[in-house]
Write a protein that binds this ligand. Structure first.
Ligand code: DI6
Ligand code: FE
Length: 411
């Protein structure tokens, strides 16, 4: 039995770059990896042998599978009522200070069973997958106690076991101060560093560690303690930085070789230079910018000037970005942040892979890379960014297997 499959009749965008599209291309997959790709006319004779599975993609445009590198996908309840309050004039920070905001989701998440959390997150995950997502990062951070953080991370792992999608988990125990630690943030950071992080790491539930460094969350010193502990446990580092004010967390993250610093509306040039030096990816989250009606744009021109890789993600969460559409984020990043088609597509492929910690095998199509790709019923890459609410995803292949099939009936 051969384990080869040959995919033809496709336009190939191996790096999702508009200038590198191959018109009539073929891809050869062996098990979960790509073993050959290029112009169809150059396909080696050996791949025409009988017994090889063949797929005709009817002229579809093929890109790498999309990577959503920053999500809070697992949580209880939702915050539609707070959204209504904000529409009536309350600010996100005001609501948070009154015990709403993140803490109201913490209550709902503590109350939810593991199966309930799994079921609600699964629906959101499936929406993302239907739009071409083959890899996703999922954070904890709505438990803020060992038991509930564990429950969230177990749900995240289970999602990756039951659906054809690569899941990386991030421990965000330092997301907010739980009510039982009111006025004792340092004691809570002790719990995060001395109990939660080592226990959950020993259980194999954590791939990376994140912290929300902000006026309404944790300060720079507490952030550094979390980074230090993560480093001693050999875990990757990420940071929610400069979202509502300039705290210096992106520069600090860079000192610790963070995979990414995320949000960044208030980031300054000093932080940008540090990120460039360290290879830290700038993850921009247009959904949160839009939903909070922010007016402070992330420093796109300076990020470009210093050639810092930019990723785009959903930040899917109940408080500031209740979306399950990475394609919509492409549209928003281009319209709101004035990013080009090439930039936003790199943001959900190559650069997202770097922020995800998997740059060697995902985010691009090349020999040796994982066979994670999407066939789109479009003619050009611009269409992926241009449409909103009009999903042109026909087929998703993950690790060489068909993960989603929504091809239109062929006449
Ligand atoms: N920044 C965000 O945008 C989310 N978390 C964070 O640190 C918001 C989370 C929430 O409001 O539930
Ligand atoms: Fe976030």
């Amino acid at each position: 039995m051969t384990t080869l499959s040959v995919w033809t009749n496709l336009q190939l965008a191996p790096t999702a770059e508009p200038e590198h599209v191959i018109a009539d291309a073929a891809i050869v997959v062996e098990r979960d990896r790509i073993v050959w790709l290029g112009t169809k006319s150059a396909l080696p004779e050996a791949y025409s042998a009988p017994g090889i599975t063949r797929h005709d993609l009817h002229g579809a445009l093929v890109t790498p599978g999309l990577i959503d590198c920053h999500t809070h996908l697992v949580y209880g309840g939702n915050r539609a009522e707070e959204f209504a309050m904000r529409l009536a004039g309350a600010s996100y920070e005001e609501i948070a200070r009154q015990g709403g905001g993140i803490i109201s989701t913490v209550r709902a998440t503590r109350e939810a069973s593991e199966d309930e959390l799994y079921a609600s997150a699964l629906r959101r995950l499936d929406n993302l997958r239907r739009e071409g997502v083959t890899a996703i990062e999922i954070k904890s951070g709505y438990g803020l106690d060992l038991e509930t953080e564990r429950k969230m991370l177990r749900v995240a792992r289970r999602l990756g076991e039951t659906r054809p999608v690569t899941v990386r988990t991030t421990f965000l125990g330092a997301h907010a101060l739980p009510p039982e630690y009111k006025d004792r943030p340092d004691d809570y950071i002790d719990l995060v560093c001395n109990t939660m992080m080592p226990s959950l790491a020993a259980e194999g539930l954590i791939d990376a560690v994140d912290i929300f460094c902000e006026r309404i969350a944790f300060n720079l010193e507490q952030t550094e303690r979390v980074f230090n502990r993560a480093r001693t446990l050999g875990l990757s580092i990420k940071v929610h930085a400069e979202q509502l004010s300039l705290m210096g967390a992106a520069a600090l993250g860079a000192q610790y070789h963070a995979l990414s610093a995320d949000h960044l509306e208030y980031l300054d040039e000093n932080g940008i230079k540090a990120m460039k030096l360290a290879g830290t990816v700038a993850v921009l989250l247009p959904g949160a910018y839009y939903f909070l009606r922010e007016t402070q744009l992330p420093p796109i021109a300076l990020l470009r000037k210093h050639d810092v890789p930019i990723a785009i993600s959903t930040d899917s969460n109940p408080g500031t970005s209740p979306t399950t559409s990475l394609l919509l984020m492409l549209n928003m990043a281009s319209t709101l942040f004035k990013m080009s088609v090439a930039e936003v597509l790199a943001g959900v492929t190559r650069h997202a892979a770097q922020a995800f910690g998997h740059a060697e095998v995902t985010g691009k199509l090349s020999v040796g890379a994982k066979a994670d790709f999407v066939a789109w019923e479009v003619k050009t890459l611009s269409e992926l960014v241009y449409w909103s609410g009009y999903d042109r995803c026909a087929l998703v292949v993950r690790h060489g297997e068909i993960a989603v099939d929504q091809r239109e009936e062929q006449q």
